[in-house]
Design a protein around this ligand. Structure first.
Ligand SMILES: [Zn+2]
Ligand SMILES: [Zn+2]
Length: 320
């Protein structure tokens, strides 16, 4: 069972995205690239080189529902004459824009993002959304943790690896400990724990960074020999990456705690200090990152939090 990577251009800052073709029955594509003409052409070219026609695709599996990964899912499904589309149930960004959720707005308010900035972020996402078609509930099947995707000559185990998004999944071929990890494992950058409502209780925030650490530890139990990420080159030394990520996360946490003045600060204040010149997209990602680190530090009892004016104000604890 051969895993064939295909690199596709994206209009996003992150650069090209990797999608993966399993060219044996049932022919399966893991991720699709964004809905752009150039990604679509590059994908068709990649499939042609592998001697696969779009009409041969039976299964479209999504690591998560970010536009650069899921954008072409609907048009490919239609072109393949009703291939099955599979995604984890906690991944609902592909149905409606993330910032259209009232819950999501509330998360930004709680993080201390000013109303005009929330409006700017919403507009920005209107722009990003054009790179993916939305799906209705009945249009996709569910990826379930621990289930297996079977192929003619092997299987891929579905491993739910939340963190970057609540419904992110990885796929493990245990025979040679190869992993397809989407944006859970990226060689050159630590993935952003994107601010999301909790899929079980949308009035709460998903504990993205705490979940992410658990996901990394879970992947580690497979002792991966090769990890294919959503962007960039594959990772051959997972152990090195695992340790580097943990170090980076701990260093970032220490920085976030250091940035808290005695009078307290919101996640928005902290984000502004971490990345003072960030543009629109990066301001949202910086808020996500600040919230994630503050949440984790709070859950580890390293800082305190108080509600003030429907905003969360984080305070250093004495001794820190
Ligand atoms: Zn992503
Ligand atoms: Zn991505």
């Amino acid at each position: 069972m051969q895993i064939i990577p295909i690199s596709l251009p994206t209009p996003f800052y992150i650069g090209p995205v990797n999608v993966y073709l399993i060219g044996e029955d049932p022919i399966t594509l893991i991720d699709t690239g964004p809905k752009t003409k150039s990604a679509n052409e590059a994908l068709h070219e990649g499939l042609r080189k592998a001697r696969i026609r779009v009409s041969d695709i039976r299964r479209i599996v999504l690591t998560h529902a970010h536009e650069d990964h899921c954008g072409l899912a609907r048009s490919l499904r239609d072109e393949a004459k009703d291939a099955e589309v599979l995604v984890h149930a906690w991944e609902n960004g592909h149905r409606v824009g993330r910032l259209e959720y009232e819950e999501h707005r509330n998360l930004l308010v709680r993080a201390g993002v000013p109303p005009d900035e929330i409006e700017t972020m919403r507009k920005m996402y209107e722009g990003v959304r054009q790179y993916a078609d939305s799906f209705e509930d009945h249009e996709y099947g569910e990826l379930r943790d621990e289930a297996e995707l079977e192929f003619e000559t092997g299987t891929l185990r579905i491993v739910h690896t939340p963190g970057h998004t609540p419904g992110s999944c990885s796929f493990v071929r245990e025979a040679d400990r190869t992993v397809i990890a989407g944006d859970c494992v990226l060689k050159r950058i630590t993935p952003n724990p994107v601010l999301s409502p909790d899929p079980i209780d949308p009035s709460k925030r998903f504990p993205s960074l705490a979940e992410y650490l658990v996901s990394l530890a879970r992947l580690r139990t497979f002792a991966p020999t090769l990890v294919h990420g959503g962007h960039g080159e594959p990772v051959h030394d997972f152990e090195e990456l695992f340790n580097r990520y943990f170090r980076a996360i701990r260093e970032r946490q220490a920085e976030v705690i250091r940035l808290l003045p005695k009078t307290g600060a919101t996640a928005w204040d902290v984000a502004g200090q971490m990345l003072p010149v960030a543009d629109d997209v990066h301001r949202f990602l910086a808020v996500s990152e600040a919230v994630a680190h503050l949440d984790l530090a709070h859950s580890e009892a390293k800082i305190a939090v108080e509600f003030s004016d429907s905003k969360e104000v984080y305070l250093p604890k004495s001794g820190h």
